[in-house]
Design a protein around this ligand. Structure first.
Ligand code: ASP
Ligand code: MG
Length: 424
């Protein structure tokens, strides 16, 4: 059997949903579990709803109305006959949320968050399930919360693998066949009290990997609006190319350096059972995408570029400009960890310890205040961190021309440089 995943962009409007239905019609005679995200940017809209409840800002009802209108319009466009019951079903998902309107919220905000944002995935899958049925696909809608079990760490639920695998094998496996397509939600699960949890933003790829792992899938496919995994951001590099094959390790490396393609936590469950993963284009579903697997051969002749803008460069020195030694480093790392600031690149010299981090303004300012209690600290805010896997010297030369190099690091396969603009 196979697991498919469709993200928010692939179901962002009626036309996109029709396209998903077309793709699934191509595969409907194969055992298939399909994991789907919330439509377009609706998770952000649900975050606004959550915010309105917490702050009691009086905007809750209008936010809910906007969410419902967005989905109702998609329903109207998709179906010839009116579907009042489908609209009502979605609107009823807000029953408990609406009861909080105009009241001061006293519960656990993170638990509320998971309840609210799960409505996005529930709504999208209800609509797509209906549309598939109309197109002649025998789809079965499954509530992922009955299968994906987590601890009660709301917003970042950690998977209870044993229980999830047991439930999926016992309850889902018997329904997986050539005769039907299972439609379920990414991103959401539930804890041991059956309270809704989520797996963290952008968690749907991970959900698909969980299904693939527990059901011993032959492979998993993530359907995207790009032809596959590209070697660079096509918005920045007009000559970006598709990588035909990427090994699990290379995918993890790319993700570590900031490529948004695939999260390492998505790869890990697949790697444990050696399940192949495809990244395919939903725009061009017959084209061959990128294969990610254990024995994929990464083409090291194609350099991969990862650009991270808006980096802050922070330079730390001791007050008396004595050497930076282990004791200082340990104080510095403690503060970074306390403020939950992840270091993207670092370097030390005799008297300076220099790092670059991505812009999290308020958190960074608080961190810098704390550092200043002990150290001399300087920072500037507009650097760009560029990582190149499988670099060569001519690429580097071109890259750094006319720019200021703040920091540079090279290993055999990876070149990293932190750049700023030259002042004239
Ligand atoms: N809908 C969730 C989000 O936007 C999960 C996902 O799409 O992966 O973060
Ligand atoms: Mg099937």
């Amino acid at each position: 059997m196979q697991v498919f995943k469709f993200g928010g962009a692939s179901v962002k409007n009626a036309e996109a949903v029709r396209n998903v239905t077309t793709v699934l019609n191509m595969y409907k005679r194969q055992p298939l579990v399909v994991v789907i995200s919330a439509m377009g940017k609706s998770t952000n809209a649900l975050e606004a709803i959550h915010h309105s409840i917490i702050t009691n800002d009086g905007k809750l009802d209008s936010h809910i109305e906007t969410f419902n209108k967005f989905h109702d319009e998609i329903i109207d466009e998709l179906f010839q006959l009116d579907r009042p019951w489908l609209k009502e079903h979605i609107s009823n998902l807000f029953k408990e949320v609406k009861a909080l309107s105009g009241k001061e919220f006293t519960g656990n905000p993170d638990q509320l968050y998971d309840h609210v944002v799960s409505i996005g995935e529930l709504s999208s899958t209800l609509i797509i399930d209906n549309h598939l049925k109309c197109s002649g696909v025998n789809s079965i809608w499954v509530d992922a919360r009955t299968l994906v079990k987590t601890d009660s760490n709301y917003k970042e639920g950690r998977i209870d693998w044993e229980e999830t695998e047991r439930l999926m094998k016992a309850q889902l496996m018997p329904n997986v066949s050539e005769n039907s397509v299972i439609i379920t939600q990414g991103f959401i699960g539930s804890d041991s009290n059956n309270t809704t949890t989520t797996l963290g933003r952008e968690g749907s790829d991970y959900s698909a990997a969980i299904f693939a792992y527990c059901l011993n899938a032959d492979n998993m496919t993530i359907w995207k609006d790009v032809p596959g995994v590209l070697n660079a951001d096509p918005r920045k590099y007009s000559n970006a190319v598709k990588l035909d094959e990427v090994s699990y390790t290379e995918a993890i490396e790319l993700a570590y350096y900031g490529a948004s393609v695939i999260h390492p936590r998505t790869i890990q469950p697949l790697q444990r059972k050696n399940i192949k993963m495809w990244v395919n284009s939903f725009v061009n579903p017959k084209a061959t995408g990128t294969l990610i697997s254990q024995d994929a051969t990464t083409n090291t002749n194609i350099p991969s570029y990862i650009n991270q803008n808006g980096q802050w460069l922070i330079t730390i020195a001791t007050r008396d400009f004595s050497f930076i030694v282990e004791e200082h480093l340990s104080q510095i790392f403690d503060l970074f960890s306390k403020h939950k600031v992840k270091i993207d690149i670092m370097q030390n010299s005799a008297i300076y310890f220099t790092v670059a981090v991505h812009n999290l303004e308020w958190r960074l300012l608080a961190l810098i205040d704390d550092l200043k209690e002990i150290f001399n600290v300087k920072y500037n805010t507009d650097a760009e961190l560029i990582t190149i896997r499988h670099y060569n010297d001519s690429i580097i030369k071109e890259l750094v021309t006319d720019r200021v190099v703040y920091m540079e690091q090279k290993t055999r396969e990876t070149y990293r440089v932190l750049l700023g603009e030259k002042e004239d």
